[in-house]
Design a protein around this ligand. Structure first.
Ligand SMILES: [Zn+2]
Length: 332
């Protein structure tokens, strides 16, 4: 077996695929392989190198592609980038209905999605950073063609041999991320909901989606109640003590919310100001050294915290003449 492939559970294999030049470092692609058929979970970016690795694990695991389906946990390009490869082979593809609908606009530069991301950057005060959508990893490594898929929703089931997967709502990281939960085996494929070591990025997804951090935190509590024994996350190492990791993640966000509150207590702040005031686990000394591609994610993360403070009645904002938002502390 290739050295990047490991059997992590009976009938479940993990292919660890490098994401070159990305702070995530790699993505974990899971393959459920049974006598009745196979299910691959997520794809990696749309690059030639990852396509080669995908062909290798299909061959190495001797997967009959006619009996193989693909499940996409969420719309991000490191999870969906190579979907056209599977679609061209006629593989049945499952994707959550909410993220699937948003993802339709990913292919077009001037469709519904990317101009929206630019407009968020503008309201966050990022214009002075001169960011280009062309440098956004989600744009660069996106799939290039539309594809056929079967939309799934929380509560639906996908059965495969002895596995009975329920679709779980894991929204927060994206507006419609979904996981696969086998209750009897206490297995959860959780996408980017809970990761070891790195904290999942929570973004601002627009005012219509609202408080994505609040949604994320309540979906963490929901998973805690399930007492998951076997958690299969999409990046880095496998988490042993799931509930302890959930507590770590909640603590991390409490700390960030405190930092953001402190920043707006001192003065009214743009999202960019707050982003600079937060501590980041990235090897850049200051904002100027921050990789451009990561500035989108950092500002979106800060913004989701400010919007959570707003949902709690702690913060509010006003929009200046240029359409930039300024957050301030609500005084009782
Ligand atoms: Zn993601």
């Amino acid at each position: 077996m290739l050295d990047y492939l490991t059997e992590v559970h009976e009938n479940i294999y993990l292919a660890e695929i490098p994401l070159k030049g990305n702070p995530l470092k790699s993505i974990n692609i899971y393959i459920v392989k049974t006598d009745k058929g196979n299910l691959i979970i997520d794809t990696g970016f749309n690059t030639d190198e990852i396509l080669d690795l995908t062909r290798s694990f299909i061959k190495d695991l001797d997967l009959d592609i006619e009996k193989t389906s693909l499940f996409l946990t969420h719309l991000h390009s490191d999870h969906t980038g190579l979907v056209n490869f599977y679609d061209d082979l006629g593989v049945k593809i499952y994707m959550g209905e909410v993220d699937g609908a948003l993802h339709r606009d990913f292919m077009e530069r001037y469709g519904n999605h990317w101009p929206k991301i630019e407009s968020y950057g503008h309201m966050q005060g990022l214009d002075i950073d001169n960011l280009k959508i062309e440098d956004h990893p989600g744009f660069k490594y996106r799939p290039r063609k539309k594809f056929e898929y079967t939309p799934v929703n929380p509560g639906d089931h996908i059965e495969l041999d002895t596995f009975d997967f329920e679709i779980l709502d894991l929204s927060g990281h994206t507006p419609g991320m979904v996981g696969l939960y086998d209750k009897n085996k206490s297995i959860l494929f959780c996408g980017d909901h809970i990761l070891g070591k790195i904290t999942p990025n929570i973004q601002f997804w627009g005012f219509d989606v609202g408080d994505s951090l609040g949604t994320y935190l309540s979906n963490l509590d929901k998973i805690k109640e399930l007492n998951i024994k076997h958690l299969f996350s999409s990046h880095r190492f496998l988490v042993d003590d799931v509930n302890a990791r959930i507590e770590d993640l909640k603590q991390h966000h409490r700390y960030r919310l405190d930092e953001a509150t402190k920043a707006i207590t001192e003065k009214d702040c743009t999202v960019r100001d707050v982003t600079k005031a937060l501590q980041w686990d990235i090897s850049a000394k200051n904002w100027d050294e921050f990789p451009k591609s990561q500035k989108w994610f950092a500002a979106g993360e800060a913004h989701s915290h400010l919007e959570h403070l707003r949902a709690l009645g702690i913060a509010d904002y006003y929009e200046d003449d240029n359409g930039v938002l300024h957050y301030f502390l609500v005084k009782n």
